[in-house]
Design a protein. Structure first.
Length: 202
């Protein structure tokens, strides 16, 4: 299949960058030609950008209102050689839920950063509920990190699932490295590590 189709439009009324009947028409700027790419091809390319990793990785569940508190921990984990996924690169749109669910479903470890804002967020509650129902998270696959000293809401039916997990009281530690040291004690998390010799030291 050809990468592009070129038409001479000297006598055609097609504007640069226009979309007509499912094709994208882009003027080349140097002649009367336009390059026509199908919207379907562009959509396939976008879907490839959101393909899950083949190697084991960690799914990060957090409230966007807590990004300043969570991002230093994520960055530290990346520095320590862990494969981490969170929704920073997912564009808002009708497929957002589909992409997030796909990455969650294929992850090895689920880390939930629980806070007041987390339990007020519909998407966050959906993610942790979904994770609790996935078979691969039955043993050590869910790591609850509490950013605030809070209790799990009674109306979600998650107490039985989460009370059996060893919680990390992140609010009681001073640095991202301190929290990471506790996270790394999980029995399964090192499956998600690229550099097995890396360890937090500050």
């Amino acid at each position: 299949m050809r990468e592009k189709i070129v038409f001479n439009v000297k006598n055609m009324n097609i504007s640069q960058g226009s979309i007509n009947n499912g094709v994208v028409c882009i003027g080349d700027g140097n002649s009367n030609n336009v390059i026509v790419r199908s919207k379907e091809k562009a959509r396939r390319k976008e879907d490839q950008h959101y393909e899950v990793m083949e190697e084991p990785y960690i799914f990060i569940s957090y409230s966007h209102k807590n990004i300043k508190r969570v991002l230093p921990i994520i960055n530290r984990m990346k520095e320590d050689g862990y494969r981490v996924w969170y929704d920073a690169d997912i564009k808002p749109g009708p497929k957002w839920d589909q992409y997030v669910e796909n990455f969650l479903k294929h992850s090895t470890i689920f880390i939930g950063f629980f806070s007041y804002e987390y339990w007020k967020s519909g998407p966050c509650k959906e993610e942790i509920s979904y994770a609790c129902n996935l078979a691969q998270y039955e043993s050590d696959g869910i790591i609850p990190v509490y950013l605030d000293d809070i209790k799990i809401p009674d109306n979600l039916g998650l107490q039985m699932h989460l009370s059996a997990r060893e919680r990390i009281d992140g609010y009681s530690y001073n640095t991202p490295g301190d929290i990471c040291r506790m996270i790394y004690k999980n029995a399964l998390i090192h499956k998600c590590q690229v550099n097995k010799d890396a360890s937090p030291d500050n």
